[in-house]
Design a protein around this ligand. Structure first.
Ligand code: G3D
Ligand code: MG
Length: 182
């Protein structure tokens, strides 16, 4: 079966965790050490080819990736940002524990607006090995059973895999919806 899907995903997480850098790495395969400031909201489009169920399903998924600037947002802007998202990439910074602590309430804000969409955690800055403060088990203790990717926008490790992960979860939901019937 061939599927063509276009869906919105949003990137969330505290300022400075690497959201903009991760999109840049994924879409352009680049990392820029200069601070990249996101002004307002930036939407980046990226096409992915995915195969699921041992090749039985081939899907072309276009992700519309919403990336938001760091400032605190009003409730209304937040709702607009989350609304219609079919998946969320939740980013924390492995060198700052407080960026993990905030994620639980961020996730409930998102799912309050979108319902129970798939979530992927990107624990970023894995290249800063000497500064890492926590690991996968701490993330599970904090957030429960979630898919976690230990990433680095700088080296590129696991970045593609994490975006593919959210793509696959979205395809799976479309497939499950098709199976439900009338
Ligand atoms: P944000 O969009 O979540 O606010 P940015 O975060 O993508 O703007 O990144 C914030 C800072 O972290 C930037 O550095 C950026 O270069 C750095 N950064 C992002 N991802 C990584 C990573 O995986 N490894 C390392 N070592 N640095 C990363 P500055 O110094 O400009 O603040
Ligand atoms: Mg940014």
């Amino acid at each position: 079966m061939d599927l063509n899907i276009i869906q919105k995903v949003c990137l969330v997480g505290d300022p400075g965790v690497g959201k903009t850098s991760l999109v840049r790495r994924f879409v352009l395969d680049q990392f820029n050490d200069r601070y990249i400031t996101t002004v307002g909201t930036k939407v980046t489009k990226k096409k992915m080819k995915l195969t699921l169920q041992d090749g039985a399903i081939k899907a072309e998924v276009i992700l519309m990736i919403w990336d938001v600037a760091g400032q605190k947002k009003t409730l209304q802007t937040k709702q607009m940002y989350f609304r219609g998202s079919k998946g969320a990439l939740v980013v924390c910074d492995l060198t700052r524990h407080e960026t993990l602590e905030g994620l639980k309430s961020i996730i409930s804000d998102v799912q309050g607006e979108t319902g129970n969409i798939p979530i992927i955690v990107m624990a970023n800055k894995a290249d800063l090995v000497d500064e890492i403060k926590y690991g996968v088990q701490d993330i599970r203790d904090c957030l429960g059973e979630v898919k976690i990717f230990i990433t680095s926008a700088k080296t590129g490790v696991n970045v593609e895999e994490a975006f593919a992960g959210i793509g696959e979860d979205i395809v799976q939901i479309v497939l499950d919806g098709n199976e439900e019937g009338p």
